[in-house]
Ligand binder design. Structure first.
Ligand SMILES: Nc1ncnc2c1ncn2[C@@H]1O[C@H](COP(=O)(O)OP(=O)(O)OP(=O)(O)O)[C@@H](O)[C@H]1O
Ligand SMILES: [Mg+2]
Length: 396
C-alpha cells in the first residue's frame, strides 16, 4: 500500500508544467501533497494566533499540518518572503530561505563560490545607479565613472558583460565590444523591484556556442549527488544561450572533475542545510580550443535546430486541460529529436569539447527554483521533482 505523507506541501504561485510535474511525480511515488497557492492567500498574525485564508478557502490547517514545504514561488522576492514566513512558523523548507537569499543575487552566489576557491568569471559589482537625483532635484549621470571602474578593475577594453545582480531569463544582460557600447549599456540600467541594488560586470567567457546547466542535490542523511548528464544550451545568434531565448538543448556528459566541483559548489551554497536542490549554470572557457571550424559547426547546428523546432512548438502550445496527453506528446517529440543524426552530431561536438577543456569550467550562477519539466528532465534524464520530493521526505 502506498505511504501517504500529508505533511509535505507544495507552495506555488501559478500551477505551471513544473508544478504539474511535481504533482504527477508525487502521485507516482504514492505521496499525497498539500497545496499552498501563495499568491491567493492572506496571512494573518495576531496575538498567539495565525491564520491563512484565500477568499474561498481556509489554508490555516494545511499550513499547520505541513512539516516540510517545497517552495516553488516563481518570483525570487516572493520565494524569499514565503520561505522566511514558513520557517518562522516552524516549517522546514526546500530550498531554505538562507539558500534563497544567496541565490537571489549573482554577487552573493559568486562571493560564496569565490571564497571556497571555486572557479568563477572575474566579476565587478557596483552598488551605484547609472542616474542619481541630487538633493536639489538635478539628475546626475554616473555612467562614465562606472564604465571606468569596470574597465580598470577587469583590465579589459572590450568583451565586458553587464547584468543585473538579480534577474532571470537573460534579461538586462548586454555584451559590450567597446567603451561607447559599455557606456550606452550602463545607461540602460536602472534599479527595479526585481533588481533593487546594482549591476555586475564580468569578463566575457568565450564558451563557443553553449553553456551548461548542472543539477546537484542532497537528501538528509545521504551524500550530495551531481547528475552526471548536464543540459547544454546552445545557440549561434546571441552570446546568451539560455533556453528562454529559444536555444536548442543537448545532453552533455560531465567529466569527473566537473562533477566534483559541482558537488563542492552545491555544498558551499547550501551552507550546512541538510536537503537541497540546485541547478548550477556554468561555462567552459574554450577560447580558441575548438574542435571544428565555425563554418562546419554552423551547418551541423542549423540542422539540429531544425530537428528541435517541433519541440518548441509543442512547448509553446502548453497543455490546455489535459496535462497528461500534452506531456506524452512532448515526450514523443523529444525521443524523435534525440534519435536524429543532427542532434547526435552536435551532442558529440559538445561532449568532445567538454572533455578536451574540462579543466576550464567556470560557475556563474545557481538557480534555487529551476524550471525542469520540459528540457532538463527530457534531455538529461533527471526528473528534478524526485530529489525535491525525496529531499522533503528526508526532513520529515
Ligand atoms: N560572463 C559571461 N560570458 C559569456 N557568456 C555569459 C556570461 N554570463 C552569462 N553568459 C551567457 O548568458 C546566459 C544567461 O546568463 P545568466 O545565467 O547569468 O543570466 P540569467 O538571467 O540568470 O539567466 P537564467 O535565468 O536563464 O539562468 C548564460 O546562459 C550564458 O550563455
Ligand atoms: Mg542562468
Amino acid at each position: 500500500m502506498a505511504v501517504t505523507y500529508v505533511s509535505i506541501a507544495l507552495l506555488y504561485e501559478r500551477s505551471e508544467t513544473d508544478e504539474m510535474g511535481i504533482k504527477l511525480t508525487a502521485e507516482k511515488l504514492g505521496l499525497d501533497l498539500a497545496f499552498i497557492p501563495f499568491r491567493k492567500i492572506g496571512f494573518c498574525i495576531a496575538n498567539q494566533a495565525f491564520s491563512a485564508k484565500s477568499k474561498g478557502n481556509d489554508f490555516t490547517k494545511i499550513i499547520e499540518d505541513s512539516v516540510v514545504v517545497l517552495n516553488r514561488a516563481q518570483s525570487k522576492n516572493r520565494r524569499l518572503q514565503a520561505g522566511y514566513l514558513l520557517e518562522v512558523l516552524g516549517k522546514k523548507t526546500v530550498n531554505s530561505s538562507s539558500i534563497e537569499f544567496i541565490c537571489y543575487s549573482k554577487l552573493r552566489t559568486l562571493l560564496n563560490l569565490w571564497k571556497a576557491d571555486l572557479p568563477i568569471p572575474k566579476t565587478v559589482f557596483i552598488p551605484c545607479d547609472a542616474k542619481d537625483t541630487l538633493k536639489n532635484g538635478k539628475l546626475f549621470s554616473n555612467e562614465k565613472d562606472i564604465a571606468d571602474l569596470f574597465q580598470q578593475m577587469l583590465f579589459l577594453e572590450d568583451g565586458i558583460v553587464i547584468k543585473p545582480d538579480s534577474a532571470t531569463h537573460g534579461k538586462g544582460m548586454l555584451l559590450s565590444n567597446n567603451r561607447e557600447e559599455l557606456i550606452a549599456h550602463i545607461q540602460k540600467t536602472a534599479p527595479s523591484i526585481i533588481n533593487p541594488v546594482g549591476i555586475v560586470a564580468q569578463e566575457f567567457i568565450d564558451k563557443w556556442f553553449f553553456d551548461l546547466r548542472i543539477i546537484v542535490y542532497k537528501e538528509k542523511g545521504k551524500p550530495p549527488v551531481c547528475h552526471p548528464t548536464a543540459l547544454a544550451r546552445g545557440g549561434l545568434n546571441d552570446f546568451r544561450t539560455n533556453t528562454y531565448l529559444g536555444n536548442a538543448v543537448f545532453a552533455a556528459k560531465l567529466p569527473s572533475n566537473i562533477i566534483d566541483l559541482s558537488i563542492k559548489s552545491g555544498e558551499t551554497l547550501a551552507k550546512g542545510e541538510q536537503a537541497w536542490v540546485f541547478a548550477l549554470d556554468a561555462m567552459i572557457k574554450i577560447n580558441k580550443n575548438k574542435i571544428i571550424d565555425e563554418k562546419q559547426l554552423k551547418i551541423e547546428f542549423n540542422k539540429a535546430q531544425t530537428a528541435f523546432s517541433p519541440i518548441k512548438k509543442i512547448k509553446s502550445e502548453k497543455y490546455k486541460k489535459d496535462f497528461s496527453s500534452w506531456n506524452n506528446k512532448l515526450e514523443e517529440s523529444f525521443s524523435t529529436y534525440k534519435l536524429s543524426k543532427s542532434y547526435q552530431k552536435v551532442k558529440k561536438i559538445i561532449d568532445d569539447t567538454i572533455e578536451k577543456n574540462k579543466t576550464k569550467i567556470i560557475f556563474h550562477e545557481a538557480n534555487s527554483c529551476p524550471e525542469f519539466w520540459e528540457y532538463t528532465r527530457l534531455i538529461t534524464g533527471i526528473n528534478v521533482a524526485i530529489p525535491l520530493i525525496k529531499g522533503a521526505c528526508s526532513l520529515l
